[in-house]
Ligand binder design. Sequence first.
Ligand SMILES: *[C@@H]1O[C@H](CO)[C@@H](O)[C@H](O)[C@H]1NC(C)=O
Ligand SMILES: *[C@@H]1O[C@H](CO)[C@@H](O)[C@H](O)[C@H]1NC(C)=O
Ligand SMILES: *[C@@H]1O[C@H](CO)[C@@H](O)[C@H](O)[C@H]1NC(C)=O
Length: 261
Amino acid sequence: MPAYIFFILLSLIFLDTEASNGNCISIKCTHDGAPDIRFPFHVRGQHSQHRGHHDYELHCNNTTTLIHFPSYGDLVVKSISYDVRKLDLIDPKNCIHQVFLNLNLSLTPFRYYYSLKEYSYLNCFVRLSPSFTRVPCLSSSGYHVYTVEPSLSVPDSCKVVRTITVPFRYSPYLSESSFGLGLTWDFLGQQDCEANEVQRWSYMQAEITKLKRIIQGLSEPQFGTEDYMMLYATVYNMCTQNPPYDYSQQLYDKYRETFQD
Ligand SMILES: *[C@@H]1O[C@H](CO)[C@@H](O)[C@H](O)[C@H]1NC(C)=O
Ligand SMILES: *[C@@H]1O[C@H](CO)[C@@H](O)[C@H](O)[C@H]1NC(C)=O
Ligand SMILES: *[C@@H]1O[C@H](CO)[C@@H](O)[C@H](O)[C@H]1NC(C)=O
């Protein structure tokens, strides 16, 4: 058996586990309760392997996790669900309608998570009856902002400011709690972190199969320098990530299995 095959196998078990730069590493703006930040997000100022079009920057203001949109400003990131690709956001200025009126997601990788419905914003110089939904954070003593279904005929004392699509969490009935300031992402990182790991596993599996075939004398192209580098990097990353993404034990087990085979 060529010596380099042994070298590949041995290199798998003599890896230094101090450095850590894997893409599944998560960090938080503060220890408890704060969302885990990991690929496809990174924190401003932190080194990112995937910097570019495939990840998106968050930042920490003291202990608060924030996301910045040029069209609106900062929004607070309450939680991130990587499995369903969902960001739950809160408006720090406490005016969700201001967000809906200004946030322009068209040049971002994001779109609203919840279903959209058209609403018109009315500006009225008198107060309407309580059956209309007033938006206190956009109103003042001189004018009153209301949200209505676009099909509704506009009262005389009002004019339509804007008609926009607004996301609703469950019902189309207007109430502060039914709005869903949740975003999902489409274009960030082709796979999420876990999908990446699955891909790495199948890559390793394929390489091990190739190795077995070479050892058994079956026809198989030899490992080149590129293959070797790729293998080394993959194994290195799999062993140097923080739990639960540290795969050293599984790799040792696989190595033992392969060797016994
Ligand atoms: C960031 O933190 C500072 C100080 O704690 C505060 O004054 C400021 O309003 C915060 N910014 C946002 C966007 O929350
Ligand atoms: C940062 O947050 C901590 C805990 O909420 C608070 O005690 C501290 O005063 C804050 N610092 C600034 C600069 O806002
Ligand atoms: C959002 O931004 C895009 C690109 O800058 C622009 O074409 C579009 O008109 C904007 N939409 C609104 C509603 O302002």
